[in-house]
Design a protein around this ligand. Structure first.
Ligand SMILES: [Zn+2]
Ligand SMILES: [Zn+2]
Length: 349
């Protein structure tokens, strides 16, 4: 596991086993993801797929350009894909003739992009639905507990377009016609296992204010090693506790310190959102899980999605260390903090 970034300004993690490499979320610009992959010694050309937890901007900011550039399939739940398409496409009402024309151009572009690679997406229906529901409500592109002004700042940065140079020439026209164009889309459902190459993926539902958010357990079949990602969740319900049994590496959210959040700079409404059952996990809630429900068997626990304004790395780490307590040893339960600004050293088992 290589955590390239974690936090409200972008999330991105690489999971690799036996020749299969999966990027979980693409919440930085394409350019920055490629830069961090290089720093972490990860070769983008080896990516098998991109897997998306949910459609919030800090998980998808660079997705479209990166997928087109690397020509890799993107795995979503149908609900997340629809929500992502809605927020990615400019809002406009479209005539039927114009829509038909767009579908035709998309089909042609996809044929070119996937000529010798992945099977075409089976998402025409979803695209159609998204295309005609152009009048649908815009999705609030919340980022962690950021105020909408701060979210807009990130959107504005994206509008300056750090990824202009990353967009491949072959897909420029298709991307212009439809910013949500992807070379291939695959759907999965929470609770239903599927495989990507040598890795079995178990997606589980998490309580968070997105369309159909998921966490994942990755199981490298050949090595019987399991790694899990569980961030962006308001609390830890029984299905998540079950999913997180017997994992060797756990990336767990430790978003905020309750006192810092209550006294911090966010407006009341945002504080309420972060604290809610569909917001983010506090240091206290993460520690409670580690104390009461965690089985103590992990090699490494990575604390992630730390709030920049409402947390301190030392507080998050201390809470987790106290919870794991005497189960910590040289061999296991190492607690590491994922960073926003730079990649972690890869965790290799
Ligand atoms: Zn989120
Ligand atoms: Zn997030």
């Amino acid at each position: 596991m290589s955590v390239l970034a974690s936090g409200s300004k972008g999330n991105c993690t690489v999971i690799t086993a036996a020749g299969t490499k999966i990027l979980v979320d693409a919440g930085l610009s394409c350019r920055e993801i490629l830069r961090r992959m290089a720093l972490a010694g990860e070769d983008p050309a080896e990516l098998t797929a991109i897997l998306i937890t949910h459609e919030h901007l800090d998980h998808v900011a660079g997705l479209a350009v990166l997928a087109r550039r690397l020509n890799v399939p993107v795995f979503f739940t149908e609900g997340t894909h629809r929500a992502w398409v809605r927020m990615t496409r400019p809002k406009q009402t479209m005539s039927y003739a114009k829509w038909l024309d767009m579908m035709q151009r998309e089909k042609e572009a996809r044929a070119v992009a996937t000529a010798n690679d992945h099977a075409p997406a089976h998402t025409v229906l979803a695209l159609m639905a998204a295309g005609i529901s152009a009048a649908a409500e815009p999705v609030d592109s919340e980022v962690d507990g950021l105020s909408s002004a701060e979210s807009m700042e990130i959107l504005a940065e994206a509008a300056v377009d750090p990824d202009e140079a990353c967009e491949p020439a072959e897909t420029k026209a298709a991307a212009k016609a439809d910013p949500a164009f992807l070379p291939a889309v695959e759907y999965f459902r929470a609770g239903q296992h599927f495989s990507i190459g040598a890795i079995d993926v178990n997606p589980f539902t998490i309580p968070h204010d997105a369309a159909d958010p998921c966490g994942f357990v990755f199981h490298a079949r050949s090595e019987s090693i399991r790694m899990a990602i569980a961030t962006d969740l308001g609390y830890i319900p029984p299905n998540v506790k079950m999913a997180l049994k017997n994992v060797d590496v756990l990336l767990l959210e430790s978003n905020h310190d309750l006192e810092m959040l209550k006294d911090g700079p966010y407006p009341w409404s945002v504080k309420q959102r972060v604290l809610s059952r569909v917001g983010h996990l506090s240091n206290h809630a993460a520690a409670e899980f580690l104390l009461k429900d965690y089985d103590g068997g992990a090699h490494t626990i990575v604390l992630g999605h730390l709030s920049e304004h409402n947390n301190l790395p030392e507080l998050a780490k201390l809470a987790a260390e106290q919870a794991v307590g005497n189960r910590m040893s040289l061999l296991g339960n190492k607690i590491v903090l994922a960073l926003q600004e730079s990649p972690l050293d890869p965790i290799c088992l």
